[in-house]
Design a protein around this ligand. Structure first.
Ligand code: ZN
Length: 500
């Protein structure tokens, strides 16, 4: 049996090498690829994805999985080997349903789509991106049709990013969350003059912003020996092994908060990948388990920690040293400024309170798109209408509206809900960590983030893909993901700032 398992594991490691080689090409495309190289890069990515898929869905893998069933049954559920067989079976059963040709077509369309998106966004002109998005929606729907679903074709699309997630519970959670959130936004709007965020805007040297971001990343524990930061049109994290986890950021020369919090967000994603047990490296368990879990880590470091008083009690002098103009701004004013609640156009720069509305908007539009209730051509108008309804703003152009996010250009439809669900989970995990680490906030205030990072590594990161979200929530929290603690957290933090 050990022989069979060894062959199976070695075979999957070679498939993974192909996937990781694809990831390097994606990273290069997003950071350094000259525009004229886009067409060849799309072809290369299509070929590699197709090859990796063909190898993975080979009958031999099915034969190994069948032969290894008794071995799996003989092991504890959480053992590395049993988990690898179990998760490989889940991946295999899904992958077998999808023709390799479609996998290749999707990879090629996504690669070309991202280039078209960059151009369209620069020109703030959705019509340039529309044909690519139409192709991508068609291909993603063809992909979704490969699966059985009960309620909505959106279900398999959600499942691609969060295994097991379906539309109905997302809708239930968001429907319950939206009314009190809208009330909170309205109550804060009445008291908007309690926060003055003018210190965050002005002219901020990009090199100094870069250095400040690196300092924040080192503080949270990002290891530059096992990673690096580069510039990209849209910030993201990507890994090629557990010892090579890279992030990207972008700069707003007129807003100091933009790149900084984006770096901390991506740093949170990176800590997750860096924290996966080395024993799982080069297996298909060697990634974060799901995007809800991933976003729980990034949003935790960006917001729960990164916008907290203890964090800034430690880190504010570093910011003041790089930007002396803040010597005239007291810590409390700065703390309130980085927590200002104000409806705005761009999701990744949104405050924590209005952020949820940005996500609910995208969830509703995606669902309408994939159920063909909304045509791609009508997307910008629908976007602007919902922005007005939920946030009281109409984007002046498509770059500040429907073109702002990279996801759809890469065929990633069904990802957005995970940001809000992950934010909810981040608060549950933080509460649990705080119960285990009574000294946590004093540690943050001293700039000691290692205990919190280690807690997340022990409870979440190290397991890689061994457990689903529900399994992990059960093990770590003893309770499922819930919007209630998150709502209570928002009410407490922002109620205190706005005197509600
Ligand atoms: Zn993220």
């Amino acid at each position: 049996m050990q022989d069979t398992f060894g062959q199976f594991k070695a075979y999957l490691a070679r498939v993974r090498d192909l996937q990781m080689a694809s990831a390097v090409l994606v990273w290069d495309r997003e950071t350094y690829l000259p525009p004229a190289g886009a067409a060849a890069r799309a072809r290369q990515l299509g070929s590699l994805s197709e090859m990796a898929h063909e190898r993975f869905v080979d009958d031999q893998v099915g034969a190994w999985l069948a032969a290894l069933q008794p071995y799996e049954d003989s092991l504890p559920f959480d053992s590395d080997d049993a988990s690898l067989i179990r998760v490989a079976r889940r991946d295999y059963d899904k992958a077998r349903r999808v023709p390799s040709q479609l996998v290749g077509d999707l990879a090629r369309a996504a690669s070309l789509g991202q280039q078209t998106w960059v151009d369209a966004r620069q020109a703030a002109d959705f019509s340039r991106f529309q044909p690519s998005l139409e192709t991508l929606v068609d291909l993603r729907l063809a992909w979704a049709e490969c699966f059985d679903y009960e309620d909505s074709i959106y279900d398999p699309l959600l499942d691609a990013f969060e295994p097991g997630l379906t539309t109905a519970p997302v809708r239930r959670i968001f429907d319950a969350f939206r009314p009190p959130l809208v009330d909170l936004v309205a109550a804060i709007r009445e008291r908007h003059d309690r926060v003055d965020a003018s210190c965050l805007t002005g002219d901020f040297d990009e090199d100094a912003q870069w250095d400040l971001g690196l300092q924040a990343l080192k503080l949270i524990g990002y290891d530059f020996n096992r990673g690096r930061q580069d510039r990209a049109a849209h910030p993201f994290t990507i890994h090629f092994s557990s010892d090579d986890v890279r992030i990207t950021t972008r700069f707003d020369p007129h807003n100091i908060a933009s790149a900084l919090f984006s770096s901390i967000h991506e740093g949170g994603h990176a800590l997750y990948e860096l924290g996966v047990s080395p024993a799982l490296d080069d297996t298909l368990l060697g990634d974060g388990a799901s995007m809800v879990l991933h976003e729980s880590q990034s949003r935790l470091f960006e917001n729960v920690v990164g916008r907290s008083r203890p964090f800034w009690r430690h880190f504010y002098p570093a910011l003041q040293a790089r930007f002396p103009r803040f010597n005239g701004v007291d810590l409390e004013t700065f703390y309130r400024a980085v927590n200002q609640v104000k409806p705005s156009f761009i999701r990744v720069e949104a405050d924590e309170v209005t952020y949820g509305l940005h996500i609910i908007l995208r969830f509703e539009l995606e669902e309408a798109l994939v159920t063909r209730q909304l045509a791609v051509a009508d997307l910008p108008a629908a976007w602007n209408e919902k922005m007005q309804a939920y946030l009281g703003l109409t984007p002046p152009d498509d770059a500040l509206g429907v073109l702002q996010d990279i996801h759809w250009s890469g065929g990633m439809i069904g990802y957005f809900p995970d940001y809000l669900l992950g934010s909810m989970l981040s608060v549950q995990l933080y509460a649990r960590a705080r119960a285990d680490l009574p000294d946590l906030e004093a540690q943050l205030e001293r700039g000691q983030l290692a205990p919190l990072r280690q807690w997340m590594a022990d409870h979440v990161h190290q397991h890689g893909r061994k457990f689903t979200l529900d399994e992990l929530a059960d093990r770590v929290l003893g309770t499922p993901l819930s919007p209630d603690p998150y709502l209570a957290y928002l009410r407490e933090r922002y109620g205190e700032i706005y005197g509600l």
